[in-house]
Design a protein around this ligand. Structure first.
Ligand SMILES: [Zn+2]
Length: 207
């Protein structure tokens, strides 16, 4: 799945399972950090730009879904994040859980453009080659199922943000989060006003 789906989905789980902003952020990060092994794409593009050679996406192809998408990375990332946590036992367990939800999401929805472009989960990489897991019905990364899933997750996150007064933007910056949530709350207020007006109009017609 896309990094944005992982971010918003992981934040939703973190909101439901933690009771303070720091642990919420750490648990959310456990669902996002596995995709850091795709940052080789940046090195590929920059390297190609500097050397003028064709971009082959060597680092991306070599490391993405292999370096940080198995149990070794699950342990390293969870231990690392837990060291910053408040309720450490809980944070460790939740980091492991959400990391594996990321793997499950990728197993379900990370297919490339062609039917045969299945993206496997190599659960013991980078230490061992096996086991390798595929799901032959894997959703296309930019396909209809992934788009629908993202829309549901995103709408739920916006609804929760308006209700709670903070959103997934807090993972990037808490300073940016405050105005973002204010705009959402303003929109909800305007929607209510429109709804009230429409209700009054209908009532007037009935009378
Ligand atoms: Zn991933």
């Amino acid at each position: 799945m896309s990094p944005l789906t992982h971010l918003v989905g992981s934040w939703l789980v973190a909101v439901a399972t933690t009771n303070n902003p720091r642990d919420r952020k750490l648990v959310t990060l456990a669902g996002v950090l596995p995709d850091a092994d795709g940052l080789g794409a940046v090195a590929d593009v920059v390297g190609s730009w500097i050397t003028g050679k064709e971009c082959t996406f060597y680092y991306y192809q070599t490391y993405h879904h292999l370096l940080l998408h198995g149990w070794p990375a699950a342990i390293v990332i969870s231990v690392l994040l837990t060291s910053f946590g408040k309720q450490r036992g809980r944070v460790f367990f939740l980091c492991l859980l959400i990391f594996h939800l990321h793997l499950l999401g990728d197993l379900i929805g990370s297919r490339g453009p062609e039917v045969g472009d299945l993206w496997p989960i190599c659960y013991s990489e980078p230490l061992f080659r096996h086991p390798i897991w595929f799901w032959k019905h894997q959703w296309k990364l930019d396909g209809r199922q992934n788009q629908t899933f993202f829309a549901v997750v995103f709408a739920t996150a916006l609804w929760l943000a308006v209700k709670r007064g903070f959103s997934f933007v807090e993972i990037i910056s808490r300073r940016l989060d405050a105005p973002f949530v204010k705009v959402l709350q303003k929109w909800r207020h305007q929607l209510w006003k429109i709804k009230d007006w429409a209700t009054r109009q209908n009532f007037g017609l009935l009378v």
